[in-house]
Design a protein around this ligand. Sequence first.
Ligand SMILES: [Zn+2]
Length: 62
Amino acid sequence: MEKDPVCGMLVRSEEAAEQRTIRGRAYYFCSAACVARFDKAPQLYVPASADDMPGQPAQGPS
Ligand SMILES: [Zn+2]
């Protein structure tokens, strides 16, 4: 079972509505609504790695 990073629901990978691969890790989603939210702001759901964090956010909310 995989955890949908948006809603936290456990999803069977073979039954997932959608799947995304970010930095080589696969994420599975229970529904198109969840993957739509993920696509808008994947950084909210994918743990940041040290390599991708130069110390300052590239863009802040404005
Ligand atoms: Zn979901």
